[in-house]
Design a protein around this ligand. Structure first.
Ligand code: FE
Length: 352
């Protein structure tokens, strides 16, 4: 297949007019051409943090439901997603892995385990009953299906978790943490490079103890951002764009099963969640994930920061994959052909 007369948007080479050839799901040729493009071609969106969609919940999804979920979000331009668990029992997590292992969908490779090795003081909407310190015995057989584990660096067993993840080619993402700057610095020095839904569920920034927020502004961490205009103010998004920069921002939805559905009462890992005006909260009033669509996160980010399309392709695709050492997110020979055709308003025309 040849896609012609498009504005190619690559996170490294930038924006230029040209054509792209695809064969067997791989980009085989990219050519610069002097013509006037009528559409935008971007790498497919990558969502590394999503708990559910349209009534489907990662914690209980059957293989068929997982696949349905991937099909639905494909319509929002998400070509790779990491279904995300919440803190739960070893048995329950084992069942999720089992079900996910039986799926066959080009958008799936791995799961994201959010917890259970996090800090109860920063549980957010996570079920405190299952939150615990790390030891290998507490994890089910991951069957090479887990790529990200969100964990708190101040927890007992964290050093052991670092070793375990290095041995098993898994990336730690720091989150749900009351850790200090030193805790985050230590993790950084041990090659941890990610922070989960920054700065939600982290210790508050204090000028004498800058915590994980200060560490993110100091070191080269990748940071997940939920840009739904609820989890973060526009000013904060601008601040992160200015200080951390588009090279290390990763847009995520953190969507729950209520996403795409009406307001009402839902469940997230055994915790009741009330959705009103699209905002999901627990009974205590803590934000419990989002009902955000990825394409809206992309549009919100563009609108808030006025970033370039090149930068938009970094934050919506390339950085997410780079943060977990997966090849993709570019429009270049040899890369997987997971591409989006968009119009100038960033409305999706077609997923390729
Ligand atoms: Fe969370």
């Amino acid at each position: 297949m040849i896609i012609e007369k498009v504005l190619i948007v690559d996170p490294v080479d930038g924006e230029y007019c040209g054509s792209v050839e695809i064969e067997d799901g791989v980009i085989t040729k990219v050519e610069k051409k002097d013509s006037i493009p009528n559409k935008i071609l971007m790498p497919g969106f990558v969502d590394t943090h999503t708990h559910g969609y349209l009534g489907i919940d990662c914690m209980s999804a059957s293989p068929k439901e997982f696949e349905k979920w991937a099909d639905i979000v494909l319509g929002d331009g998400v070509t790779t997603l990491f279904p995300t668990t919440v803190s739960s029992s070893k048995e329950k997590l084992e069942k999720v892995i089992e079900s996910f292992s039986k799926t066959e969908h080009p958008s799936f490779s791995y799961l994201h385990f959010e917890g259970p090795f996090i800090n109860k003081e920063k549980a957010g909407a996570q079920n405190k009953e299952y939150i615990t310190n790390f030891s290998k015995e507490k994890l089910p057989d991951l069957k090479d299906k887990v790529k990200i584990i969100t964990a708190a660096p101040e927890l007992r067993g964290f050093k052991e978790l670092i070793k375990f993840t290095k041995d098993n080619d898994i990336k730690i993402s720091l989150g749900h943490s009351n850790g200090t700057f030193e805790d985050f610095k230590d993790a950084y020095e041990n090659e941890v490079r990610r922070i989960t839904h920054f700065p939600n569920a982290l210790r508050k920034f204090h000028h004498r103890e800058v915590g994980g927020i200060g560490a993110a502004f100091t070191f080269d961490f990748y940071v997940e951002l939920i840009v739904d205009n609820v989890h973060l103010s526009k000013e904060f998004v601008k601040l992160v764009y200015k200080i951390i920069g588009p090279e290390r921002i990763i847009l995520v939805t953190d969507s729950i099963s209520a996403a795409g559905l009406k307001d009402g009462i839902y469940e997230l890992g055994g915790v009741l969640v009330k959705v009103k005006d699209g905002i999901a909260k627990t009974e205590e009033g803590t934000l419990a994930g989002s009902t955000l669509k990825f394409i809206d996160a992309v549009k919100n980010f563009k609108q808030i920061t006025n970033c370039s399309l090149k930068e938009l392709s970094m934050v919506s695709s390339y950085n997410a994959l780079k943060s977990v050492s997966i090849h993709g997110g570019r429009i270049k020979e040899g890369y997987p052909a997971k591409l989006l055709l968009l119009d100038e308003n960033l409305d999706l025309i077609k997923v390729l």
